[in-house]
Design a protein around this ligand. Structure first.
Ligand SMILES: Cc1cc2nc3c(=O)[nH]c(=O)nc-3n(C[C@H](O)[C@H](O)[C@H](O)COP(=O)(O)OP(=O)(O)OC[C@H]3O[C@@H](n4cnc5c(N)ncnc54)[C@H](O)[C@@H]3O)c2cc1C
Length: 381
């Protein structure tokens, strides 16, 4: 395996870095609970958001590695984007959608004109996703949808939802599921906020009450939605974001530990944290190569499965380790906000709380370890 970057890739890295540096200070970053649409549109205008997509759907026909380099630079600068559209819904439509669906949705995602959410989990269907109960029943040219989704990230900002429904309750559970794309403004959809322990409103409950959806909105074949869903889950676990977030947090802690403002708080404390800092940095480098390996395999036309689970599990647990280290080493000074004695403006404490979700969303660590055990190591179920 050869991971050396080419001259073209290095030049792309410089191009993205210079562009982000040229933006007004602060405009590269997101707030905690609302998207930075202006940044996404600016990135989209440069063709970067979906650069690995084919040109006819709004991409640049770039490689997966170039796409990854863009993300590395964006996260380094503090930014992010609507990955639910760009990395989940878009690629799923690309693989399983009709030509008409691709032309209707993909260019708009590429231009950052539409935002998406993922309606998979239900109160009784998380890890065991195939137990989902939201019903879609054929009614003329439409389907009528009734049921409830939960933990739906960004539903309150979304124009469209990628939705899993049960279309045949008599069939074995994996074979009676169909996938739809649904306009979030359709009558009968109610969104209720779920506020996380950080105080951020990131996800929601979404209720469907006789929601009428054209049959042409089905993605893939009737009762074969499970296969489309597994494609979405593979894409979901393939990203390098978790590693980049861990690196961003590490960089922040590193900067604080060396700062004048932290000097009084660190005085007289044993310096064992230096070793922990080094250990975490080694793990961040290793995790980055795991994530780059996933992009490398995608670039070879392969569909990383257990490799994506390895990267997801390692990097999300690493994110928690870095966040735990942050609150431990910065102590009370890392928790305070809004005072001259608050050198970190409470960010380490926020990151500690926020990192709890990393090992649950996109498949829990246990579920991903099951995948690594069975599909990676070939162990029996
Ligand atoms: C931040 C965040 C964002 C999310 N965003 C979305 C979203 O946008 N759309 C969406 O559809 N869902 C979303 N989810 C939901 C997420 O996919 C589920 O929370 C996750 O799949 C786990 O399901 P559950 O919460 O029902 O837990 P459960 O499945 O009830 O699991 C409970 C515990 O049992 C363990 N467990 C379950 N089965 C097994 C097994 N077979 N072997 C070993 N251990 C097992 C789990 O690992 C876990 O520790 C999000 C979750 C989080 C935290």
């Amino acid at each position: 395996m050869d991971f050396a970057f080419t001259a073209t890739e290095e030049s792309l890295r410089q191009e993205v870095r210079s562009f982000l540096a040229s933006l007004p200070p602060g405009s590269q970053t997101d707030s905690e609970d609302s998207p930075n649409v202006a940044l996404e549109r600016a990135l989209a205008a440069n063709g970067w958001l979906t650069m690995a997509w084919p040109k006819e759907y709004g991409g640049r026909g770039a490689t997966q590695m170039e796409q990854l380099i863009f993300k590395e630079e964006l996260f380094e600068a503090g930014g992010t984007f609507d990955f639910l559209g760009v990395q989940l819904a878009g690629p799923t439509i690309m693989v399983h959608g009709s030509e008409e669906q691709k032309r209707a949705h993909l260019p708009r995602i590429a231009r950052a004109e539409t935002r998406w959410c993922q309606g998979f989990s239900e109160p009784g269907a998380g890890s065991d996703l195939a137990s989902l109960q939201t019903r879609a029943v054929r009614d003329g040219d439409d389907y009528l949808i009734n049921g409830q989704k939960i933990w739906t990230s960004n539903a309150h900002h979304a124009d469209w939802i990628l939705l899993l429904t049960r279309t045949d309750p008599e069939a074995p559970k994996h074979r009676g599921i169909s996938m739809f794309v649904v306009d979030m403004k359709t009558p009968g959809i109610t969104i209720r906020p779920l506020v996380q322990l950080t105080g951020v409103h990131g996800f929601n409950e979404v209720y469907f009450d006789d929601v009428r959806v054209p049959a042409t909105n089905m993605i893939g074949e009737l009762n074969r939605g499970w296969y489309a869903a597994t494609t979405t889950l593979d894409f979901e676990r393939s990203g390098i974001e978790r590693n980049l977030v861990a690196r961003r947090d590490w960089n922040r802690i590193f900067g604080l530990l060396g700062s004048e403002a932290m000097r009084p708080a660190l005085q007289g404390r044993p310096a064992t944290w230096r070793h922990q800092l080094a250990d975490l940095h080694i793990a961040i480098e290793a995790g980055q190569w795991m994530a780059r390996r996933v992009a490398y395999l995608q670039g070879k036309g392969l569909v990383p499965n257990y490799e994506a689970s390895m990267s997801k599990t390692f990097n999300s647990e690493l994110g928690q380790r870095v966040a735990d280290f942050g609150v431990n080493v910065l102590g009370l000074a890392g928790q305070l906000r809004g005072s001259k004695y608050a050198p970190a403006e409470g960010v380490p404490a926020f990151r500690f709380l926020d990192a709890r979700r990393l090992t649950i969303g996109q498949g829990t660590s246990e579920i991903n370890r099951n995948i690594i055990a069975t599909r990676g190591l070939g162990l029996p179920r």
